[in-house]
Design a protein around this ligand. Sequence first.
Ligand code: ARG
Length: 590
Amino acid sequence: METIPSILEERLKAAVEDPGPTPLSITSASDSRFGDYQSNAAMLLAKLRKSNPRLVAQQILDRLQVADICSSVEIAGAGFLNFRLREDWLQERVSQMKADPRLGVPSPLRPLGMVIDFSSPNVAKPMHVGHIRSTILGDSLARIAAFIGHNVVRDNHIGDWGTQFGMLLLGWKTILDRSALEQDPLLEMERIYKNVSARCRDDIAVLEKARHELVLLQTGDPENLLLWKEMIRLSQSQFDTIYGRLGVRFDVTLGESFYNERLKPVVEELKASRIARESDGAICVFSDGSHSQEEDVFLIKDKDGWRDNPAIVLKSDGAANYMTTDLATLQYRIETWHPDEIVYVTDGRQQLHFRQMFSIFRRWKPEAAATVRLSHVWFGSILGDDGRPFKTRSGETVRLADLLDEAEERSFAQVSERNPALPEAERREIARIIGIGAVKYADLLPHRQGDYMFSWERMLSFQGNTAPYLQNAYVRIRSIFRKLAEAGEAGEAWTPGAPLRLENGAEIALGKRLLEFGEVLPQVLQDHRPNTLANYLYELANTFHAFYEACPVLKSEGDQRASRLELCDVSARMLKTGLGLLGIEVPEKM
Ligand code: ARG
């Protein structure tokens, strides 16, 4: 289905003589007292033509043909056009949307190929609360893109290579506690890593040994390769447990090590094309002077003025690094999938890395770079209630597995209090859906570039903009249909598909809200912000409650009752679908 703004935009276009490059855009009305949609096209055109905006608005109005859609179009203020929709047309649209498995979401003009690089934890370290944002945001973006109709490759770029393995190997060979490893592999790997890395700091001899282990690994020593593979295997199985709990899946998991063979050629090409050069023994990329100083990602300003801020692609010890790996990865992804967009979901501290990486790539492969949109989708931190980075009471980073356990436990206590009579297995399942949903929603709701404060009380509350509130809205609607079935009203039972009749103001408001879904979803992908969808679902639940207060459903009769049941049903479907696109399940009872 086409969205209402795009239908009105077409009509507007037909009514404007010679619009030129002026965007004739329609937006939702800022004040519903004056209409449903508005446009500032006349004002933009008037500016261009150096004419009177209200006059231009009148000229458009004279030619505009929207009688089938709008009950009125008015000129307001400095030259806004305000459109009010006809109620019969609206009713027809809502009926179409209701019958549409895509719930009114328009198909893309051309499906895009998208690679989404998300989660990407590092091997031999437990996944902690910092990885949750990338995992949840990336998963939601992938679900939304796929629903819209794009072709998505979900790529988990795990950190399975790098200097940490020198220390891990040394620790494994000298201080490994086998029984601890069996109990909790990641905890034990973390312990040996921390132990060795602390000793490396004080003792150059230990550092030398760790370096030696790393060189052995890099030069293909069979024993070290075997141990390294074992560490990856152990880590991956723990990651998989978390992904299973979160309902997150990947199409490919190509770790950094996958790109090893491609690193040296990248550096050679960059040197040969004079993009990179030697500096203090390292190979670096400097500014090429093509940007203003403010916009140049290879310059930095300090108290003495602008100075170089090069990107290193080969360290002075001859090792490639994160930058080299990401360049090789980007090249591989373009060769392999020819994507229209590559999305990287990481925290905000990596902004400079990605800006430099994208810039180097554009200089290195301008043709390939011109075919792909490169998006670094970054996010802020999770804070504790003291406003500092979220930690456990003893000051450790919070492990993701523990966090999910606690969410389910807290939610289980709530569910048990509300429904003491339900069998325990059922209460556990409801608690899982609510607990995991609450954590995810709390993470997706704030604007991703800000920090947010983690609060169990807030995220598990049934009041306010939370997952339990939205899940409960769904459950309440479903309970209407359960009541209906239980009552077993012969002849009066609900048969889906009855015609809609939007008569009451609250019914019309709900119909309009339902139609907005098709406008909201594509927006999420434009700026990669699932919070737009979260906020929409909250508005939808509120609009539904207002309808339910104003319009009796089970107590109404005949066609009106059938129509209202239809509105209930499609609202429940939309809540379930929308939450599903955020990676959140819904229970049938709670
Ligand atoms: N492993 C990295 C980390 O934990 C994130 C990798 C993100 N993706 C990438 N292509 N650089 O910080």
